[in-house]
Design a binder for this molecule. Structure first.
Ligand code: COA
Length: 136
C-alpha cells in the first residue's frame, strides 16, 4: 500500500463528480483544501482523505475508501496521515462531523480514540449529526 500527499485535483475524479458539482455550485472552492492524501494500488486511487486547518484545529473534511478495498487498513493509514499533519502543526485536536447514516464510519472513529462531543438533528439531511474529536 502506498499512501502519500497529493494535490486536490488528483482525487477529484475519485471523490465523485456529483459531490464536486454540488460543492462548486454553492461556491466552495476545492483549491482551499490544503491537504489531500491518497492511497494507490496499481497506480489507481483506492482511498482518499481531505483536511484543512480552521480556527487552529485540524478539520477532517472527508475520508473515503473504495468499497472493494475496505477492511484492509487503508482508512486507518489515511487517518494517521491527517493526525501526523496535525501533530506537525502542534494542533491540539482533529475534529470532524458525520451523520448517523455513516454507522461504519462512526465505529471506525470511536475505535481509533475519537469521542462524540456534540449531537444534533440535521433537518436538511433528516439525520442525527455528530461532532467528533481527538487530540492527534
Ligand atoms: C470509514 C472508512 C473510511 C474506513 O476505511 P477502511 O479502509 O475500511 O478502514 P480500515 O480497514 O482501516 O478499518 C476498518 C475497520 O472495519 C473492519 N472491516 C473488516 N472488513 C471490512 C469491510 N469489508 N468493510 C469495512 N470495514 C471492514 C476492519 O477490520 C476495521 O476494524 P477495526 O476498526 O476493529 O480495526 C470506509 O469504511 C469508508 O470509506 N466508508 C464510506 C465513506 C464514509 O462513511 N466516510 C466517512 C464519512 S464521515
Amino acid at each position: 500500500m502506498q499512501v502519500r500527499r497529493v494535490e486536490p485535483a488528483d482525487i477529484r475524479g475519485f471523490t465523485g463528480s456529483n459531490w464536486r458539482v454540488f460543492n462548486e455550485g454553492i461556491g466552495w472552492d476545492f483549491a482551499e483544501e490544503k491537504e489531500c492524501f491518497a492511497v494507490f494500488k496499481d497506480n489507481r486511487v483506492v482511498g482518499a482523505a481531505r483536511c484543512c486547518m480552521r480556527g487552529g484545529l485540524m478539520v477532517l473534511k472527508s475520508i473515503i475508501v473504495n468499497r472493494d478495498f475496505r477492511g484492509q487498513g487503508i482508512g486507518t493509514a489515511l487517518l494517521e496521515q491527517v493526525e501526523d499533519s496535525a501533530r506537525r502543526k502542534s494542533c491540539p485536536k482533529v475534529v470532524l462531523e458525520t451523520s448517523a447514516r455513516h454507522k461504519d464510519a462512526i465505529e471506525f472513529y470511536l475505535r481509533r480514540g475519537y469521542q462524540i462531543v456534540a449531537t444534533r438533528y440535521e433537518w436538511f439531511f433528516e439525520a442525527d449529526w455528530y461532532s467528533l474529536e481527538k487530540p492527534p
